[in-house]
Design a protein around this ligand. Structure first.
Ligand code: PEP
Ligand code: MG
Length: 462
């Protein structure tokens, strides 16, 4: 994207002809190119406008010598991509005028435990530099000019959250078992060493979803094997002897690197069109994860044939090493309907409720304000998937954000999900909530939910 000749040409024009600084020109040129993209009829291409803006902002910050991580307050912006959020540090919260709760920027924030409010509307940008605000991720609001009482309440919430984290760390060795003795395995979702460490500190048994694509969002081509080994080794080194579920690159949608710009495909479909890239990643994962209880997870599976292709590629690169468990993500309605066939070909299933919910209900993943996972149409597909896994005698986990949703989690446990993989920063709170559950009541709740008798969940707080 950065090498786009038309972007370079407008940069040159702005700097040489108009005489503006490189920093401003970078942002203006990116904006011009984003505005053109946004007008395209193809929604997938139009969505890339945000990526170009994100690139322009980051390049401008570098050109101006600005460290994005030095603000120490609430970052207010129109929109941010997942890579922008992953790069933030020292920021205490983020408020976005646009964006949705299941966009990957929000998922990264949640995993880092970074309070974030999205989709506030354009009026958010009226907030002045240095102004005092309360950012309330639970209520999804930004409060301007807060009263002393509101400020005190916000400070109390921060203290409560800190105490909850301390409790999670203290109880990290206690198993997540319901009051009536049903054990649930709690794993973490991560894409960085920091998240792995946080998940483990809060008692995660391992990692249930390592989103490898987030490491390569700026990649100019399919990442070579050596580079992947370099990126994965420090992350997987923390998981020696533990479950490490490495998901194959799930590019597409709001996780599209420059070299795949314009593609409509996502997940495994893209990788199956690039067999060398698939082999490079499988080899890298085998190498970097050799000391872990490695599981390889295939994103956006829609048919058993895709699993078989990945299986063949994996066999081809094993080179005498033991074959890790191979799992399929069930995150499309088609996959859920074919879960029984898919289950026969894999060692485990993992339900991606983020995509599943949005696809079943026809919502826009990057803009949606809610992810109503307890909608019966979604729950029936989840139920079908869990039954398919159980009939095939393989484990099934839920790794979408619903696994940590206060309303959805007990229903998922009641439906029979034996593993939940949740945002790293939420591992402790989910473990605590499992301990407060009774499995017999969760089972009853699940039956009611399948009949549509449970109120909507998933007004996700970020
Ligand atoms: C999902 O879709 O639920 C999921 C876990 O994958 P991602 O959020 O990365 O698309
Ligand atoms: Mg997904």
């Amino acid at each position: 994207m950065a090498q786009d000749p038309s972007l370079e040409a407008s940069l040159e024009r702005l700097v040489l002809a108009s005489g503006i600084t490189a920093q401003v020109a970078l942002q203006d040129a990116a904006e011009e190119s984003a505005a053109e993209l946004a007008l395209l009829d193809d929604p997938m291409l139009a969505e890339r406008a945000d990526d170009v803006r994100s690139l322009g902002r980051r390049a401008a910050a570098h050109a101006g010598g600005v460290r994005l991580d030095r603000t120490g307050g609430v970052l207010v912006a129109d929109s941010l991509g997942p890579a922008d959020v992953a790069e933030l540090s020292g920021v205490r919260g983020v408020a976005l005028a646009r964006g949705g709760v299941t966009a990957h920027a929000a998922i990264v924030a949640r995993s880092l435990g970074l309070p974030m409010v999205v989709g506030v509307g354009p009026e958010l940008l009226e907030v002045e530099d240095g102004e005092e605000v309360v950012l309330d991720g639970d209520a999804s609001v930004v409060v301007r000019f807060p009263s002393p009482a509101r400020l005190a309440q916000a400070r109390e919430s921060i203290a409560v959250r800190q105490r909850a984290r301390d409790r999670a760390v203290t109880h990290r060795d206690e198993p997540a078992i319901t009051g009536d003795g049903h054990r649930v395995s709690i794993l973490g979702n991560a894409a960085s060493v920091a998240e792995v460490l946080e998940a483990l500190a809060q008692g995660a048994e391992g990692i249930g979803l390592l989103r490898t694509e987030l490491l390569f969002l700026d990649a100019p081509s399919w990442p070579p094997q050596e580079q992947q080994v370099r990126f994965l080794t420090p992350i997987l080194a923390e998981l020696s002897g533990r479950i490490a579920t490495v998901r194959l690159l799930d590019f597409g949608g709001d996780k599209t690197p420059p070299f795949l710009r314009g593609t409509k495909e996502r997940g495994v479909e893209l990788m199956l069109h690039a067999p060398e890239a698939l082999k490079a990643q499988l080899s890298a994962v085998l190498e970097a994860g050799s000391k872990t209880r490695l599981r390889i997870l295939v994103p956006l599976i829609t048919s058993p044939a895709q699993v078989l292709e990945v299986h063949a590629a994996l066999t081809a690169v094993l080179d005498g090493r033991p074959r890790p468990a191979l799992g399929a993500m069930i995150e499309t309605p088609d996959a859920a309907r074919r879960a029984a066939e898919i289950a026969k070909e894999v060692d485990f299933l993992s339900i991606g409720t983020n995509d599943l919910t949005q696809m079943v209900l026809g919502l826009d993943r990057e803009q949606s304000k809610s992810a109503p996972v307890t909608d019966v149409r979604v729950l029936r597909l989840i139920d079908m998937t869990i039954r398919a896994a159980s009939d095939a005698g393989i484990p099934v986990d839920v790794c979408g954000e619903a696994a940590s949703d206060a309303v959805a989690m007990p229903i998922l446990v009641g439906l029979g999900a034996g593993e939940l993989s949740v945002a790293a920063a939420r591992v402790g709170e989910v473990r605590e909530r499992v301990r407060a559950l009774r499995f017999d009541e969760s089972e009853k709740l699940a039956v009611e939910a399948l009949l549509g008798q449970v109120a909507d969940a998933g007004r996700e707080r970020v």
